[in-house]
Design a protein around this ligand. Structure first.
Ligand SMILES: *[C@@H]1O[C@H](CO)[C@@H](O)[C@H](O)[C@H]1NC(C)=O
Length: 377
């Protein structure tokens, strides 16, 4: 009898835990915001590639270590005053809330689903890990991607323009656009999204309280060249069934082989999750490629929050496959500290057996736990 009661109680507890795991962790909704920008864009002296061969030639020149191609192409700047529609998702914790919002920007070749890889109960779902720790998260399709506006891929979709778009979103969110107040907003980026986040910290130093830069390092640009060389860049309308892109200035990673080369470390990624992410991958524009690193090319001298860098030891884009490489005795993830002379704290985490797309590797749960405990510290 006593033992039956104990079993009954245990079963009740187990049912409660199962329910909590499947339904209680997250409360997500789609949100469309307007980004208003008033800036100058780079004047890029090129036109959309007429053919696939012309696009391949563009990539070939861009990835030359000595042609200095992007710099040669930029001939000046042009005013850009626009309103764009940006499609995002807000996920709130259903349990105890910290009052903190993570503002997450994805990288090249992804869309917002990078932050929810594998779906609601997946161990690769970063947004779910944030919510479970009591943090809210807003993540979105960058300009030119998914359900967000897809303007001119040379004149408008540029890396520094992504900084202006994100700044406009953060300004709106701080003014109540999500119908909710947050005690802190932390910028989280992956890869080009980290470059965007650095650009915001540099130009708008009070937008974010703290920043987290994943898939990011400094000191060695060889990895960028070899990873873009292995991108298999394919005109988006030919690579993707539902690309819905306005011109050949939009392109995409060609094959899963190319995707693995730049983004994944074998055999430490999940086949099903990475295949889904690849099949719905985001595009890249000629304008972004030409202006890629500009937002992170000067230190964020006035940013006084904390900085966390989280980069896989085998990151191909930022470390050419080896983040243990040093420059003057400093590892590449720690070289990034030089961008933040006024930061109140700088820390790096380097998960082992992990490539550029850190969220898609078996190390993700441990990495996510480390990120959430850094946020709480
Ligand atoms: C854009 O900014 C400039 C000054 O930087 C200002 O003169 C102009 O009125 C602004 N345009 C809009 C539409 O806000």
């Amino acid at each position: 009898m006593a033992s039956n009661m104990a079993w009954g109680r245990l079963i009740l507890i187990l049912q409660f835990l199962l329910l909590s795991a499947s339904t209680a962790a997250q409360n997500c909704r789609s949100v469309t915001l307007t980004a208003s920008i008033n800036t100058t864009a780079a004047t890029i002296n090129t036109t959309p590639p007429a053919t696939q061969e012309a696009l391949t030639d563009f990539l070939q020149q861009t990835t030359s270590p000595t042609l200095n191609f992007p710099t040669v192409l930029i001939t000046g700047s042009t005013p850009l005053v626009k309103k764009y529609s940006i499609s995002g998702k807000l996920c709130l914790p259903t349990g105890k809330s910290t009052g903190t919002l993570l503002f997450a920007t994805h990288g090249l070749s992804f869309d917002h689903t990078y932050w929810e890889a594998g779906g609601p109960s997946s161990k690769f779902n970063f947004a779910a890990s944030a919510n479970a720790a009591g943090n809210a998260i807003f993540y979105y399709d960058r300009l030119g991607i998914g359900a967000s506006s897809k303007p001119d891929g040379i004149k408008e979709v540029q890396s520094p323009v992504q900084v202006e778009v994100a700044h406009s979103l953060v300004t709106s969110i701080r003014a109540g656009a999500l119908h909710q107040a947050f005690s802190k907003i932390i910028g989280v980026g992956h890869a080009l999204g980290s470059v965007t986040t650095v650009g915001i910290a540099a130009k708008y130093p009070t937008d974010f309280d703290d920043i987290i830069l994943t898939g990011f390092a400094g000191g060695d640009n060889v990895g960028i060249l070899i990873s873009l060389g292995a991108f298999g860049a394919t005109i988006a309308s030919q690579a993707l069934k539902n690309a819905n892109t306005p011109s050949n200035s939009y392109f995409a990673v060609g094959s899963f082989i190319d995707f693995q080369q730049g983004f994944l470390k074998y055999p430490f990624f999940d086949a099903a999750t990475t295949t889904t992410i690849f099949n719905t991958r985001g595009t890249v524009t000629i304008g972004e490629l030409t202006t890629l690193a500009i937002p992170a090319s000067a230190p964020a001298t006035d940013f006084t929050g904390r900085v966390l860098v989280v980069t896989g030891n085998n990151d191909h884009f930022f470390c050419a496959g080896n983040c243990a490489e040093t420059v003057n005795g400093v590892t590449l993830p720690n070289v990034a500290a030089g961008l933040f002379p006024a930061a109140s704290d700088f820390k790096s985490i380097v998960p082992l057996n992990t490539g550029h797309a850190i969220n898609l590797h078996q190390s993700a749960p441990a990495t996510f736990a480390a990120i959430q405990s850094w946020i709480a510290a």
